[in-house]
Write a protein that binds this ligand. Sequence first.
Ligand SMILES: CC(C)(COP(=O)(O)OP(=O)(O)OC[C@H]1O[C@@H](n2cnc3c(N)ncnc32)[C@H](O)[C@@H]1OP(=O)(O)O)[C@@H](O)C(=O)NCCC(=O)NCCS
Length: 173
Amino acid sequence: MHINVSAKLIKARTDEGRVIEMIDRLGPAGSIEIRPISAGQIQALLSLWKDAGLPCRPTGRDRIEHIAREMEEEPRLWLGAWEGERLVGAVFASDDGRKGWINRLAVHPEYRSQGLARVLVERAEEVLRRRGREVLAVLIEDDNPTSMDVFTHLGYVREEHIIYYTKRDRPEA
Ligand SMILES: CC(C)(COP(=O)(O)OP(=O)(O)OC[C@H]1O[C@@H](n2cnc3c(N)ncnc32)[C@H](O)[C@@H]1OP(=O)(O)O)[C@@H](O)C(=O)NCCC(=O)NCCS
């Protein structure tokens, strides 16, 4: 197994030649692997969002069928931090053709302040940059100072002159 250590992220190649990314948390027995979340694992994702306190729209855009379709179309954009089979962190990158977006970043409360969000965001940024996106963006609710601190720390700059408007076909969409 070839191992290449950089900051908190370890890139490793399995015996079968698959490249995996892990965070060295507790040594090999407790390491966390970054890998895509598949459609069969959406229930774990919804539980993580709930445990992390992220608002969810189960009858709107967070409908299981809707997420499953998005995952099937762009599997590399949905990244999970896995401790074994347990999903402990997640992020969803999206690409609107002009900007790359970081969405739904969540880390389970027991796993916070260990650099997991940083690794997930940096991994999502890598995917978006590879697609040619030079502007990366995130929307943060105005009552979430932790997230604002984290993204500021990760190099994001708050835009003071932009206000978000939406037009919804249904209130719960
Ligand atoms: C926001 C959240 C994802 C952060 O996860 P985390 O794994 O604890 O964050 P990390 O440990 O990777 O911290 C990332 C960086 O931000 C820094 N940071 C700055 N302020 C911080 C704060 N108030 N809390 C945590 N980290 C902070 C950390 O020091 C770290 O930098 P470093 O790697 O240079 O040390 C997590 O608190 C969460 O899931 N919150 C609920 C869901 C949510 O609000 N998501 C964001 C939606 S926009």
